[in-house]
Design a protein around this ligand. Structure first.
Ligand code: MG
Length: 397
C-alpha cells in the first residue's frame, strides 16, 4: 500500500502528460519482429537512412556531378590520372592513356588502365564515347570494356548500326548475357553506364550467393540482376567460382581510342549473408540484432524522466518486443502492477481523466500478448483490462 500511495502523486503529476501513441510508426504498432526480421514493421528504432546529397545528371555537353558520398575516379582533370596506373604485373607504372578535353582516352597498344583503388560490391557510374567517325565493324568498332574487379567485363562497343554477336554487344556481360536492349546513341556521343555489382560469395567451395550485375545503358535497363557465372573471357565458357573481396576497376585497350569521363563509385553495404542487417536475416543474426536493439531500448528506459514513470514502463515493455528478458519482464510486472493498483485508488472523476493513457498502456499489453511477448494471463494486463471494461472505455467516448 505504501508503494501505491507513493505512486498516486506521480500519477497526478506525470502519467497523463504523455500523449497517446502517434498514428504511425510508434512502438506497439506494426507487426512485431520475427525470426528473420529484427525490426517491427514501421519500427521507429530502425536506423534512419543516411543522408546523401545527390549529384546531377550529365548532359551531352557536360558531365554531371557525383553524389556527395561517391569516390571519384575520374573527373575530367589531368590530376585525376593519379587515380590510375598501367595494368602491369608491377604497381605504380604510369598509364599511357591520356587526358584530353576532359576525357580519359585510350591510346591503342598502351594496354589496359586500372584504378589504384580496390573496389568490391559497388554502384558504378561510367560514361564513354566511341570515336566519332566509326571505323571497323563488329567487334572492331569502338571496342573497350568496363572490367569489374578487373575480371568481369561489361562490354563497351559501338553497336550503333553495327551488328555483332549478341553476347558481345555493348551492355553485355561479355560472352555470357546479351543486353536486354540496344539503347546506344550515335558514335561520338556520350553513353552512360550505371552498374550495380555484387560479387559472388563462396564458402567452403559452395556458392552462397552467385553475385549479380545490373546495368542501365543511357537509363535503359540492359542487365537485370544477372547472376554471375564467373570471370568473363573470349571464346571460352566462363566457369562459376569465387571472386576476391575486391579488385581494381579496369578499362580495356582493344585498339580503339574510346574516351571515358565522369567515373565514380559508391561502395555498397554488406549483404545479410555477410553480416549486414538489411533484408531477411538468418535466425541467429536476427536474434543477435534483436538483443542489441533491446539493450538500447532498455538503456533508453533508464534515461526517462523519473517524474514520468509511465514513460519508463512503456520503454521496458517495448524492449520485450525484441527480447524475452526475464529481468525486464519482472520489472514490467512490478511497475505495471503498481500502476494498476494506483489507478484503483483514484476517485472516479480522476480515473476518468486518465482514460486515454490507460487505454494506451492497455493496448500496448494487448500488442505484447498478440505477438507472444507476454502471456495472455499476464497479471497487469488482466488488471488493466478489468479497469477498461468496468469503465466501458472500449465502447463509449
Ligand atoms: Mg571489350
Amino acid at each position: 500500500m505504501k508503494i501505491i500511495s507513493a505512486l498516486i502523486p506521480l500519477l497526478a503529476l506525470g502519467l497523463c502528460a504523455a500523449a497517446p501513441a502517434a498514428s504511425t510508426g510508434a512502438a506497439f504498432y506494426g507487426d512485431a519482429p520475427d525470426e528473420h526480421h529484427p525490426w517491427a514493421v514501421h519500427d521507429q528504432n530502425r536506423p534512419q537512412p543516411k543522408l546523401v546529397t545527390p549529384g546531377t545528371f550529365s548532359s551531352p555537353e557536360q558531365p554531371g556531378r557525383s553524389p556527395a558520398d561517391a569516390v571519384v575516379l575520374f573527373d575530367g582533370t589531368a590530376a585525376a590520372l593519379a587515380n590510375w596506373e598501367a595494368d602491369k604485373p608491377e604497381k605504380n607504372v604510369p598509364t599511357r592513356w591520356i587526358v584530353k578535353d576532359g576525357a580519359l582516352e585510350c591510346v591503342p597498344k598502351s594496354g589496359y588502365v586500372r584504378s589504384r583503388a580496390s573496389i568490391g560490391d559497388c554502384q558504378l557510374h561510367v560514361e564513354w564515347a566511341a570515336p566519332t567517325l566509326p571505323q571497323g565493324e563488329s567487334q572492331g568498332r569502338g571496342n573497350s570494356g568496363v572490367f569489374l574487379m578487373g575480371i568481369l567485363e561489361v562490354q563497351v562497343l559501338d553497336n550503333y548500326d553495327n551488328p555483332t554477336y549478341a553476347d558481345g554487344f555493348a551492355g553485355s556481360v561479355y560472352g555470357v548475357q546479351p543486353p536486354l536492349a540496344n539503347a546506344l546513341r550515335a558514335p561520338g556521343q556520350w553513353q552512360v553506364y550505371d552498374i550495380v555489382f555484387r560479387r559472388p560469395i563462396y564458402r567452403q567451395g559452395a556458392v552462397v550467393d552467385p553475385g549479380y550485375v545490373t546495368v542501365f545503358l543511357n537509363g535503359v535497363l540492359v542487365q537485370d540482376h544477372t547472376p554471375l557465372e564467373g570471370a568473363t573471357g573470349h571464346m571460352k565458357r566462363t566457369k562459376p567460382g569465387p571472386f576476391p573481396e575486391a579488385g581494381p576497376l579496369k578499362l580495356q585497350d582493344h585498339g580503339n581510342p574510346v574516351r571515358y569521363r565522369n567515373i565514380w563509385y559508391r561502395a555498397l553495404p554488406p549483404r545479410a549473408i555477410e553480416g549486414g542487417t538489411d533484408g531477411c536475416l538468418t535466425t541467429e543474426a536476427t536474434l543477435t540484432k534483436r538483443r542489441e536493439i533491446a539493450v538500447a531500448v532498455r538503456a533508453d528506459a533508464t534515461r526517462r524522466d523519473p517524474a514520468h514513470p509511465r514513460s519508463e514502463l512503456l520503454k521496458l515493455m517495448e524492449a520485450l518486443v525484441y527480447e524475452q528478458d526475464a529481468a525486464t519482464l519482472q520489472q514490467v510486472e512490478q511497475m505495471a502492477g503498481a500502476y494498476a493498483a494506483a489507478l484503483r485508488q483514484l476517485p472516479a472523476n480522476q480515473l476518468d481523466s486518465k482514460k486515454d493513457e490507460v487505454k494506451h498502456v492497455h493496448s500496448a499489453f494487448n500488442y505484447l500478448a498478440r505477438f507472444k511477448c507476454i502471456p495472455d494471463s499476464f497479471g497487469p494486463k488482466v488488471e488493466l483490462k478489468k479497469i477498461v471494461d468496468e469503465q466501458g472505455w472500449e465502447k463509449k467516448r
